[in-house]
Design a protein around this ligand. Structure first.
Ligand code: C5P
Length: 222
């Protein structure tokens, strides 16, 4: 039988990864965090001072970047050239630049290719911005997640504040608003709902309610 793909797209900090992980764990699917890939590329670009307007620098850098996921559990463990960078890619200096890097054509072509390869003959849940529209247009289930912007900022602030004592709720809110703006208005694969994606607004839903919702819609394929 055909492998099952669940595509979860939506705005920043809408709980995509929380749902994706829970779903993967429940169904024993592989979870792939596509945002972590763009973040790891961004970290490499920052470390190596890559000029985002220099195509040849970008091409050379992309050839030098090897990304791998280690699936010890259902968390994201991403390796950038054999170094685990899972924590570093969540920091604000990466978050501030990632949408600019993700808007670059050559970067997207390379990431999409790798993402499609990861799903070959495997059941997967992948979250991101263009999964249902570009990466897996034939996914059996597509969800488009959204939530109230302030609720999203509060959730993300709670996650980040322990490790970033100087951070304010306002900084987080601004970063989310800025990334959403860049992600929805870019020329290349902008964030948009696939025509066949189901909208899931989780402002007032618990993680369990979201999981139940998704599992019910996957039942015909299981
Ligand atoms: O999902 P996360 O918030 O970690 O993604 C970080 C950034 O990577 C997004 O704001 C977006 O600019 C980019 N991204 C993307 N396409 C994806 C996943 C993430 O452009 N499929």
């Amino acid at each position: 039988s055909k492998n099952i793909v669940v595509a979860i797209d939506g705005y920043s900090s809408c709980g995509k990864s929380t749902l994706a992980k829970a779903l993967a764990k429940k169904l024993h699917f592989i979870y792939i965090d596509s945002g972590a890939m763009y973040r790891a590329v961004t970290l490499y670009f920052l470390r190596n001072d890559i000029d985002l307007k220099d195509e040849s620098q970008i091409t050379t850098a992309l050839q030098a970047i090897h990304l791998n996921f280690h699936s010890r559990d259902y968390e994201t463990h991403i390796m950038l050239n054999d170094e685990e960078v899972s924590d570093e890619i969540r920091q604000m200096h990466v978050a501030d630049k990632v949408s600019a890097v993700a808007a670059i054509h050559a970067v997207r072509v390379e990431m999409v290719k790798q993402q499609q390869r990861m799903a070959k003959s495997k059941n997967i849940v992948m979250d991101g911005r263009d999964i249902g529209t570009v990466v897996f247009p034939d996914a059996q289930l597509k969800l488009f997640m959204t939530a109230d912007p302030l609720v999203r900022a509060q959730r993300r602030f709670k996650e980040l504040t322990a490790k970033n004592p100087g951070l304010s709720l306002e900084d987080v809110f601004d970063n989310l608003a800025h990334r959403d703006y860049q992600d929805t208005t870019r020329a290349e694969s902008p964030l948009t709902r696939a025509h066949d994606a189901i909208i899931l607004d989780n402002t007032d839903l618990t993680p369990e309610e979201q999981l139940t919702f998704a599992v019910k819609r996957l039942e015909p394929f299981l």
